[in-house]
Design a protein around this ligand. Structure first.
Ligand code: ADP
Length: 226
């Protein structure tokens, strides 16, 4: 489904953020990409979202070279990927409900679809009772759950979670990981980046380890799945 073919990204100072990365991710997989800060995880995600061009190599999504897509097709392609970040990136003056609804409005969905799908998405992340709260009235874990609801409400094929637990305490980290596993169980491909060993162990699926822009390990199962 996703294929990185010898992807290299060199920045101006000649630093190779990615160095000939070859990696394939199958539909409905749950992959954890692990590595120290600076290993190249976020650059890999940037290449997948076609936010930046590789210096060499190609990224394919269902056999289409994503960096060759023209603007309108690129917008369609990006809608197939939901994304969450360490810093949540919620709109501060919108409630949880409105943050999720906004993603549907931007995708051109109808009012009826919004009225039925937003509560469903917020249910899925166990946040039904806080739908009218603003982000500053929510804990970090709750904010990240709103962000997850927003990322999945348009039913993307892939959910990318870039360091989703970086700002969370262990209890909220556990909750967010359980929700990501639930979304994966419901049939979405999930790609998670983290440098948190506890997160890797609690997921217990395929783990790709990066170091200095290279994939140095690709293990089918991590050890201690909970
Ligand atoms: P990670 O997400 O694993 O922490 P990144 O992909 O953010 O790693 O970064 C990989 C390397 O590329 C780092 O050394 C970082 O400083 C460098 N890098 C990332 N983005 C840029 C950029 N826009 N310009 C220059 N260097 C960058």
């Amino acid at each position: 489904m996703i294929y990185f073919d010898k992807v290299t990204k060199t920045y101006l100072d000649n630093l190779k953020a990615l160095d000939e990365v070859t990696l394939s991710i199958e539909p409905k997989e749950l992959v954890t990409i692990v590595g120290h800060s600076g290993a190249g995880k976020s650059t890999l995600i940037k290449m997948l979202l076609a936010e930046d061009q590789p210096t060499s190599g190609n990224v394919y999504f269902e056999s289409v070279d994503v960096h060759s897509l023209r603007r309108s097709l690129l917008t369609q392609y990006r809608r197939r990927i939901g994304i969450i970040f360490q810093d949540f990136r919620l709109l501060p003056y919108k409630t949880a409900y409105e943050n999720v609804a906004f993603a549907m409005e931007a995708a051109g969905r109808t009012d009826e679809e919004i009225a039925s799908d937003v509560p469903y998405a917020l249910d899925l992340v166990d946040l039904r009772e806080k739908i009218w709260n603003f982000p500053n009235e929510l804990s970090g874990g709750e904010k990240q759950r709103v962000a997850i609801a927003r990322a999945i409400v348009n039913q993307p094929d892939v959910l990318v979670a870039d360091e989703p637990t970086g700002n969370l305490d262990p209890i909220n980290t556990y909750d967010v990981v359980q929700i990501l596993k639930k979304i994966h169980d419901l049939g979405t491909t999930v790609i998670l980046t983290t440098h948190n060993k506890g997160v890797v162990d609690s997921i217990g699926r395929r783990v790709v380890t990066m170091e200095k822009g290279k994939v140095i390990k690709d293990e089918k199962h991590s050890k201690q799945a909970i």
